[in-house]
Write a protein that binds this ligand. Structure first.
Ligand SMILES: Nc1ncnc2c1ncn2[C@@H]1O[C@H](COP(=O)(O)OP(=O)(O)OP(=O)(O)O)[C@@H](O)[C@H]1O
Length: 216
């Protein structure tokens, strides 16, 4: 289970601290695929970053016994001076995985980078980087995958490959998804967190959450 206790997040600005999330306390049950709903600027990406451990609460704590991904296809977390292969090794080390060879070869093949896999990530085009990043996420067996608007990357055929890989992962994993698309939310989620005015409400029913969201 993922549990937030009194989590607040503010950003320092020239006008003083700007609170985006205020004193959030809720739990995400393990068997739920959760949509994060909210208007532009409500704090959805901020919450996803906190859940993925790539940013930290200003106050409060996030407890989790789940192996949670970073937001899928996030390309900013890699060391530009290191090659694709070296970055995979680095991520493996962070997660305490010693046998990295299999994951390295999976990422090389999935990303379709060929020889570029041995070159610095900083030399990749944005398309190459997003394919690489998606491939790295698919190289690990997370319990929960975080998706911030992006569920697939690349051209049509690569997108199909992403969708298939993600669907396979979801046989034994859950997702937490940020999307403004009602169809996507209804297709993939069975619970929701609605963010409004810095507060969060957890909904067991997607329809109720969407109804409440549309009537904000
Ligand atoms: N690094 C930062 N410094 C200052 N303010 C920030 C920073 N990151 C985000 N914010 C502010 O926090 C608020 C929430 O941003 P966030 O990206 O989490 O919203 P969102 O709900 O994902 O929005 P959208 O639907 O538009 O993508 C916004 O007002 C944004 O300007």
């Amino acid at each position: 289970m993922i549990r937030l206790e009194h989590v607040s997040k503010y950003y320092p600005t020239r006008f003083g601290p700007k609170y985006v999330l205020k004193n959030l306390t809720f739990s995400v049950p393990d068997d739920r695929d959760v949509a994060i709903l909210g208007v532009n600027g409500a704090g959805k990406s901020t919450l996803i970053r906190l859940l993925g451990g790539i940013d930290f609460p200003s106050h409060g704590k996030i407890h989790s016994d789940r192996f949670i991904s970073w937001p899928l296809a996030l390309a900013s977390g890699f060391q530009n001076s290191m090659s694709g292969r070296e970055n995979v090794r680095f991520v493996c080390r962070i997660h305490g995985i010693e046998k990295t060879k299999e994951i390295e070869e999976f990422v090389k093949e999935f990303s379709e980078l060929g020889k570029s896999f041995e070159l610095p990530v900083g030399s990749y085009s944005s398309g190459m980087k997003s394919k690489y990043s998606f491939a790295v996420s698919m190289g690990f067996d997370f319990d929960t995958y975080l998706l911030d608007e992006i569920m697939a990357v690349g051209d049509a055929s690569f997108k199909r490959k992403c969708s298939k890989a993600l669907a396979d992962k979801r046989a034994s994993a859950n997702i937490i998804l940020v999307s403004h698309n009602e169809g996507t939310i209804k297709e993939h989620c069975n619970a929701a967190i609605l963010l409004a005015y810095g507060r969060a409400e957890f909904y067991e029913s997607i329809d109720r959450a969407l109804f409440r969201y549309q009537n904000l």
